[in-house]
Every structure is written in C-alpha cells, then in structure tokens.
Design a protein around this ligand. Structure first.
Ligand code: NAP
Length: 296
C-alpha cells in the first residue's frame, strides 16, 4: 500500500477545506435565493392583487404575478437540484476522482506491459547471447540432495539413464577433468577428447591430453563449441565462475561422501529445463535432470 507523504496529506486537507467552504457558499447563496423568492412572491402578489398594478396584463388567463412566481419557482427548484444533486455528486471533484481512477488503471496496465516487455527482452537477449556465443562451457555433474558427488574416489550410485544422458551430451566434445577423476575411471572416455588437469609436470595419461591449469584445458578446447567440465569436486569448484551452463542430475537421496559439488547460487544461475525421473527396477533413486544457465 502506498504511504502518503506529508505534502500529500497537506494538499488533501487543503482541498477538503476549500471544498467545504465552496459548499457553504453554495448553500448560503441558495438560502438567499429562497429569501428573495419569498419576498419577490409577496411583493409581486401584493402589487398585483392588492394595488392592482398591471391587472390588465394576463397570459392564458393568468396574471403577470402568477407567471413571475411560477417561473421563479422553477428556477428555485433548478437551483436546489444544482446545489444538492449536481454540485454534490457530479462536481469537478467527482470528475477529478473518476479521471484519477482511470489514470491509475491505465498506469497499472502500462507498468504490467512494461514489465512483460522487459522480461521478454531479457529472455530474448539471453537467447541471443547463447546463440551468438561461440563457446558454451558446460559443467556436467550428478549430485545428491546434500551435494555429495563421490566417496573414496568413486561414484556412489549407478543410474543407467544418467550415464546414457552423459554419453549423449558429451559425445564428440572435450571432457575436462581433474587428475583424480581421471584415475577413478578404467580408461579415457571413448569418442571424446579427454583433457586432464594436474599440477604434476610430468604426468602422462593414456589417450588424454594433460595440462596444468583449467585455463590451459580451455585453450586446448578453444575450437570446441561446447567443452564439458566433468569433475571432480576440486575442478567444479574452480570452474563455477567461468562456466556458462550446468547440466545437473539431482539424485533425490542423502548420501555420505568425501567429495561435494558447490552450492548453486540462484541469483547467478537460472533454471531453464527440468526433467524428472522416478526410481524403477534399473534406478534405485528418483532423480531429476536440471539445466541451469548463468545469468548474464
Ligand atoms: N558425481 C559426479 O558427477 C562426479 C563427477 C566426477 C567426479 N566425481 C567424483 O569426484 C571425486 C574426485 O574429485 P576430487 O575433488 O577428489 O578430485 P578432482 O577434482 O577430480 O581432481 C583433483 C586434482 O586435480 C588437480 N587440480 C585441482 N585443482 C587444480 C589446479 N587449480 N591446477 C592444476 N591442477 C589442479 C590436482 O591434481 P594433482 O594432485 O595431480 O596435482 C588435484 O589433486 C571422485 O569421488 C569421483 O568419483 C563425481
């Protein structure tokens, strides 16, 4: 609710006072009119009927004084109507209120149209941004409700549909990972360019490119329109700031583990897609695929 300022209250009070004064003036004037009418009736009737002034002036068999009283009476009635109906209900104040009401309705509509347009242009700008962007650095991760992603350098759950999705999304792309994640796998992932990050200068990995920093990994993948950062915990942590998208599989269960995924700050990441999956014979837990895009 809008809180009225002091100047609003002052103006409103002044307006009310002026209106009350105007009404008093109108009523005083009506009262004077009524007194004049009584005097006018008395004087014209006396002149006509007592002193016989102009007694030969008639219209439709009625004397001149009758017509004066008759016409004046209607003028008085009109005056009463004006003061108690027209000026009271359909006055300039009423017109102003109606006008303000209309203006308020229109302003509200304009505001809501503006908001809609702003939202649409923001969405359009975001879509354009992602369409134009030559590279979309994407984090792909599966995390439990309490953000656990692994324990003792192993994955904790097996969800075949999640693995299938991982394969579909990352196929043909660079997959960037920490040395420990690489070592947790039996071999380099086929049909992808494996990039391993380690501080070790002489590290050798079969069927994989080794680099010493995340920046180095991204420059190796510079020609890839969508390189994927596939873990683990240490690499996710340093990749959150430079990534554009997160493909999260949220596993709806609490687990104990030693490696976790950072909290997703909802003021920086917008959820754009969600697909829920129920547990079944092949999946021990409910899980949801959620896509987040970084808010630019
Ligand atoms: N649920 C999922 O989606 C998912 C995905 C991937 C992994 N995981 C799990 O995550 C766990 C592994 O994660 P983690 O955090 O222990 O290890 P990690 O992130 O896979 O690898 C850590 C290693 O990366 C290197 N590294 C880290 N920061 C670096 C930097 N700034 N510059 C250069 N090298 C850097 C270091 O290698 P050096 O020690 O050789 O220097 C470090 O020991 C496992 O349990 C795995 O199963 C889960």
């Amino acid at each position: 609710m809008k809180v009225k300022s002091n100047s609003d209250i002052d103006n409103e009070q002044i307006e009310q006072l002026e209106y009350a004064q105007k009404r008093i003036r109108q009523k005083k004037f009506l009262y004077s009119h009524f007194v004049f009418f009584i005097f006018g009736c008395a004087i014209s009737s006396s002149l006509d009927y007592i002193f016989n002034v102009g007694s030969d002036i008639t219209l439709l068999d009625y004397s001149w004084s009758f017509w004066i009283v008759f016409c004046w009476f209607f003028i008085l009635i009109f005056h009463v109507f004006k003061v108690y109906v027209t000026d009271r209900f359909i006055n300039s104040r009423w017109i102003k209120n109606q006008k303000n009401k209309l203006i308020n309705i229109q302003q509200k509509e304009i505001e809501s149209i503006k908001e809609k347009m702003q939202l649409e242009s923001k969405i359009k700008a975001e879509v354009e941004f992602y369409n134009k962007k030559s590279q979309l650095v994407t984090i792909i991760v599966a995390a439990s409700e309490n953000n656990i992603i692994g324990n003792k350098n192993k994955l904790i759950w097996h969800l075949s549909n999640d693995l299938r999705r991982f394969k579909e999304l990352t196929k043909g792309h660079h997959v960037i990972m920490g040395r420990k994640t690489f070592e947790s796998m039996p071999r380099a992932l086929p049909n992808r360019t494996n990039v391993i990050i380690t501080r070790k200068k002489d590290y050798i990995a079969e069927n994989a490119i080794v680099t010493n920093s995340l920046e180095g990994a991204l420059s190796i993948a510079s020609e890839d329109p969508q390189p994927f950062i596939i873990g683990g915990g240490e690499i996710y942590k340093i990749a959150m700031d430079i990534s554009d998208r997160i493909e999260l599989t949220r596993v709806h269960h609490h687990f104990e583990g030693d490696t976790s995924f950072p909290n997703i700050d909802k003021s920086k990441w917008a959820e754009t897609k969600k697909i829920t999956n129920k547990k079944d014979d092949n999946h021990n837990y409910d899980f949801t695929f959620i896509t987040y895009n970084k808010i630019k």
